[in-house]
Design a protein around this ligand. Structure first.
Ligand code: GTS
Length: 208
């Protein structure tokens, strides 16, 4: 596997989870940062399967769609469950995180000024589903007893939500514990403390 190269814009965005995952797995990667003005010229866009970034290159193998990339990394790094049933549950949780991510992205890019308060008010109705799964599994992870790509995706989405509303996990003890434990994993801590991570805005429009 690898070497890995991420091609993306200069934001955390849809690469946040895969970067955290690679960091935690001790996997190095390269970054190609695309300037939006260059992107608008269209040459790179024309080479992308869906006309969008991110792109992950794994040696000579190119992959698009952030969740497909997470799954590929999950397969490569033994973070996709111990059997088919665990893998199916991890897929389910990743899709659940994607549903929340899409709501978050819509609010950030389309409704920040008018919809932020309502979004925060409704947030417990989405977080409670993840809290229930996390509390039931009792290992500190969504599925099984070690982090899967769905855990990295949930962790990254929760970090973003804590920036949006610092108290959003106060009524969700299992999620709060999950974020604390993931943040304290030495390789994740080192990555979150790095300039490479801190210098990037969460979203492309500067809202968070
Ligand atoms: N479903 C895709 C994924 O998960 O990778 C969505 C990718 C996507 O929306 N990419 C945006 C893009 O390439 C950038 S971002 O929303 O991830 O920040 N936009 C430029 C364009 O021309 O569409």
């Amino acid at each position: 596997m690898g070497p890995y190269t991420i091609t993306y814009f200069g934001v955390r965005g849809r690469c946040g989870a895969m970067r955290i995952m690679m960091a935690d797995q001790g996997q190095e990667w390269k970054e190609i940062v695309v300037d939006f003005a260059d992107w608008m010229k269209g040459d790179l866009k024309a080479t992308c399967v869906f006309g969008q970034l991110p792109k992950l290159e794994d040696g000579g193998f190119a992959l698009y769609q952030s969740n497909a990339i997470l799954r590929h990394l999950g397969r490569n790094h033994d973070a996709y469950g111990k059997d088919g049933k665990e893998a199916a549950l991890i897929d389910m949780m990743c899709d659940g995180v994607e549903d929340l991510r899409l709501k978050y992205v819509k609010m950030i890019y389309q409704e920040y000024d008018t919809g932020k308060d309502a979004y925060i008010k409704d947030l417990p109705n989405h977080l409670d589903k993840f809290e229930a799964v996390m509390a039931k599994n009792k290992t500190g992870f969504l599925v099984g007893d070690k982090p899967s790509f769905a855990d990295y995706s949930l962790f990254e989405v929760l970090l973003n939500h804590l920036v949006l509303c610092s108290c959003c996990l106060d009524t969700f003890p299992s999620l709060k514990n999950f974020v604390e434990k993931m943040s304290a994993r030495p390789k994740i801590k080192a990555f979150l403390d790095s300039d490479a991570y801190k210098k990037l805005p969460i979203n492309g429009n500067g809202k968070q």
